[in-house]
Write a new protein. Structure first.
Lengths: 503, 356
């Protein structure tokens, strides 16, 4: 067996204006898990793309199984046993699991795809690695965690002995994430090596054998879980000490702002997703909605923000009924919305930062006058948002697509917070962004609370819910299991409720 | 010329050059001289005042047709219905043009133009409204409406609105009144000036107004548009109506300024050329003007090219198809020119395909 499965040696890669990788070395040995840790833009993706043959390094070497290689493309890497699970899955949703797994490497018989053979190989594979899956299910019907399993099987089917996972837990619920970590640990028992890219400290400490921390394209630290802890890693990553827990004062709840009564909402397939919910959010408090994803959170948020019509029930904002109001009617009541999926709803990626900064207000004075946009006013507003919310960008004229996830999110938050808000609806406000930005956004959300806004926080990150909320409502199967005061809530109690268990 | 402008026009320009080069090979294969053919083409389209005016005249409906496709593109919709919208615009403008008399020109002519524009708007609006309410794909609906428009205008011009003067047997309307005829300004047809004004107006609406912001938002990201409070269905329906209006206006200008009447079969194909123009212009309303002028020039010069160099005028269609091919497949040009891909310039061709 090889000594070194996969390694980068003194790899340097320059992009116009950015030194993405600066003399990086890292290596992976059989049966081990290497965590690449770093904030967005630290150079993790570039490094991995070099290892996977997508980019060629300007200087330095890539080593696969003790051999210096010159990769000409991902095909080269795959044929040498490197498997990659991308953050955004590369699956064909309307096709079956087995078809997705063998796609591009189908067993054939007389020129036709031999699906029976493919199926039996997939079944054998999933048994061998303990990755149970229904080979005949359609990928589009599978939950995200299972889709990820299909991706892993896809790599194993191609006889990968190195798996590269790019932010694999970013899309998973805490339970799914924990499960995945267990699966990965078991996989290494067969001698497989895993490169695990993340910015979640807890996961790194839980699973990694070796940790390489990147910042600004350089290796700033090499360590192991035994030698460090969360705040040590965070400091290495960010380059300064970070507050992992937000300090907050006691809430001063005032009048009811959002009152939801017996709300029922269907999901896209016409199934009841929100099942008779009733709750209130008061000015000056954060109500956190905890729950495993897919228990009605998305439909609830869409209903409350006017993007989806409820079946029945009522919603009031400051006493006024808004049940069948449009998104614009509701936003006019002083409602700000940080959407769950920033690429889908939050920004228009080809638009400039300036245009994105007025997505919710372009039609209002002073941003337009009698139907004509006032570019100068819009530009000034965008400059203000970028300045105040610390959006790192060369200019407000660049397209939003050029921003990192964290900076996009800061732009969205800045846009939504630039009015006097009565009600803030924040759905997964820090998903997939780096620690610095998370800390920043958390502070801003609490600032809104202290200024007297009612905050409805929906998050799959239990730590985020526990850290920010004054009261915690647990959603399970479209129903409220319980509403707890923050001081009575802990991981275990909320976790049980999230699983639908009441004592 | 700024660098970004240069980048924007590089692909269409290169597409034209490549199209002409391959065209030259085809001309050679007919044992004719490419230089003679192309110089005849240019002389035929630009050589003297008459041929230049013919180029402007040919370009006019192409500008309208190109705008009709480009405008819809901005909302992420593919308007294949320019042909039908142009036909109904042409026939209703002619209807008002010959059907009413005794009006002064400053009332009659605008009324006839508006009739054509409205007819086109209805024709495009039907497709947009169906898309917004039922999800019916605009490509399918506009193609079907092209057939309906073709038959409707054939019937109108062969039956109730037929020209019965002399012993006419052709399906056509009577000539429009002088008071509904588009005049010339000096030698320049006013229709062309109108087309330029409308193109600039489209650019202004799309780039500078809140309505245009909504249209572009829907085109780029329908979900984000909905999130920001835009009524997506209304934008889709109204954009298609505007697109239809532009094509209808093009038809009206043909009837009132060029042909002097509506005649079945005369305008066939003009609407489809709008797709070529819009692609060549990369859906930019201002880019539509040079794109239409170029195609107009080739069409104006084609007969001289046949006459002087013995090259079949169909070659012009082949060259147009080649240009379109290269515009639609910019990767070939990038490869030849060693250009780096730039996402911002990517045209969302048929962004709505496969989605409802």
């Amino acid at each position: 067996m090889s000594e070194v499965l996969l390694a980068a040696r003194n790899v340097t890669k320059q992009f116009p204006g950015v030194l993405a990788n600066d003399d990086i070395s890292a290596q992976l040995r059989p049966g081990r898990i290497l965590a690449l840790l770093g904030e967005n833009g630290a150079g993790k993706s570039t490094l991995v793309n070099i290892l996977f043959g997508m980019y060629r390094p300007d200087s330095g070497e890539v080593v696969i199984k003790d051999e210096i290689v010159d990769l000409h493309g991902p095909d080269d890497a795959i044929s040498r046993g490197i498997g990659m699970v991308h953050q955004h899955f590369q699956l064909v949703p309307p096709m079956r699991v087995v078809e997705n797994i063998v796609l591009g490497a189908e067993p054939s018989k007389r020129g036709l795809v031999d699906l029976a053979e493919a199926r039996s190989r997939v079944v054998e594979l999933s048994q061998r690695y303990g990755l149970e899956i229904d080979p005949d299910a359609l990928v589009e019907d599978l939950p995200v965690g299972m889709q990820q399993r299909v991706e892993i099987l896809k790599a194993l089917y191609r006889e990968a002995d190195v798996l590269i996972l790019d932010e694999p837990t970013g899309v998973l619920t805490p339970q799914e994430a924990d499960h995945l970590l267990g699966v990965l640990r078991e996989l290494t028992a067969t001698g497989l090596g895993i490169v695990f890219i993340t910015h979640k400290l807890r996961e790194v400490l839980a699973i990694a054998d070796d940790i390489v921390v990147l910042r600004n394209g350089r290796v700033v630290g090499e360590t192991t879980p035994a030698e460090t802890n969360e705040s040590g890693l965070a400091e290495m990553m960010v380059g300064r000490s970070v507050v992992l827990r937000v300090e907050k004062s006691a809430a001063q709840p005032a009048d009811v702002v959002l009152a939801v009564d017996e709300l029922e909402v269907n999901d896209d397939r016409g199934h009841l997703a929100v099942d008779g919910l009733s709750f209130e959010v008061r000015a000056g408090e954060v109500l956190g909605i905890a729950g495993v994803e897919g228990n009605g959170q998305r439909e609830l948020v869409e209903a409350v923000t006017g993007l989806r019509h409820p079946l029945s029930g009522t919603m009031r904002i400051n006493g006024e009924e808004v049940t069948n109001g449009s998104a614009r009617d509701i936003s006019k009541k002083g409602v700000a919305h940080i959407p769950e999926d920033r690429e889908k709803h939050g920004v228009i990626s080809v638009y400039s930062l300036a245009e994105n900064s007025v997505l919710n207000r372009y039609h209002r004075s002073p941003f337009s006058l009698r139907g004509v946009l006032r570019r100068d006013v819009i530009d000034r507003h965008a400059e203000d948002v970028v300045e105040e919310f610390d959006v790192r960008t060369p200019s407000i004229a660049v397209a939003a697509s050029s921003l990192s996830g964290g900076n996009k999110q800061k732009l969205i938050v800045g846009r939504e917070f630039s009015d006097d808000i009565k009600l803030l609806i924040a759905a997964q406000p820090t998903r997939g962004i780096d620690i610095g930005a998370i800390e920043f956004i958390h502070r801003r959300i609490l600032e809104q609370r202290d200024k007297g806004a009612a905050v409805l926080l929906v998050s799959a990150e239990l730590d985020e819910i526990l850290g920010l909320s004054d009261r915690i409502a647990v959603l399970y199967d479209g129903k409220l299991m319980d509403v707890l005061d923050a001081q009575d809530a802990d991981r275990e109690r909320v976790g049980l409720l999230m699983a639908g268990i009441t004592q | 010329m700024s660098r970004s402008l240069l980048r924007t026009v590089a692909i269409p320009l290169a597409a034209v050059v490549f199209g002409l080069l391959i065209g030259a090979v085809l001309i050679l294969s007919q044992n004719a001289s490419p230089t003679a053919a192309y110089s005849a083409l240019v002389v035929g389209g630009l050589g003297d005042a008459d041929s230049f005016l013919r180029t402007l005249q040919k370009a006019t409906p192409l500008i309208f047709g190109g705008l009709a496709v480009a405008f819809a593109f901005k909302a992420g919709m593919f308007n294949i219905g320019g042909q039908g919208q142009l036909l109904v615009g042409a026939v209703f403008a002619a209807g008002v043009g010959f059907g009413i008399d005794g009006l002064p020109i400053f009332v009659h002519l605008p009324a006839a133009l508006v009739a054509g524009a409205l007819a086109g708007a209805v024709w495009g609006g039907i497709a947009g409204a169906l898309k917004a309410t039922t999800g019916a794909h605009e490509v399918i609906v506009t193609i079907m409406l092209n057939f309906v428009a073709g038959n409707l205008t054939d019937w109108l011009s062969a039956n109730p609105w037929k020209d019965n003067s002399g012993n006419n047997i052709v399906a056509r309307t009577p000539l429009v009144e002088d008071s509904a005829t588009i005049p010339t300004m000096g030698a320049v047809p006013v229709g062309f000036i109108l087309a330029i004004v409308v193109a600039v107006g489209c650019w202004f609406v799309l780039e500078r107004t809140t309505y245009g912001f909504e249209v572009r938002s829907v085109g780029h990201n329908r979900n984000a548009a909905q999130y920001s409070g835009i009524k997506v269905g209304w934008i889709m329906a109204s954009t298609m109506a505007v697109a239809g209006m532009l094509a209808g206006l093009g038809g009206a200008v043909e009837s009132l300024g060029v042909d002097g009447r509506f005649e079945a079969g005369v305008n066939v194909g003009l609407g489809f050329e709008g797709i070529t123009i819009a692609l060549l212009a990369r859906a930019n309303p201002l880019g539509v003007i040079p794109a239409a002028l170029l195609v107009g020039l080739m069409e104006a010069g084609a007969s001289r090219m046949q006459f002087k160099a013995g090259v079949a005028p169909e070659l012009i269609d082949v060259i147009q198809a080649l240009i379109l091919f290269f515009v639609a497949a910019p990767i070939i040009i990038r490869w030849v020119l060693r250009m780096r891909a730039d996402n911002s310039e990517q045209l969302q061709l048929g962004a709505g395909w496969g989605k409802s």
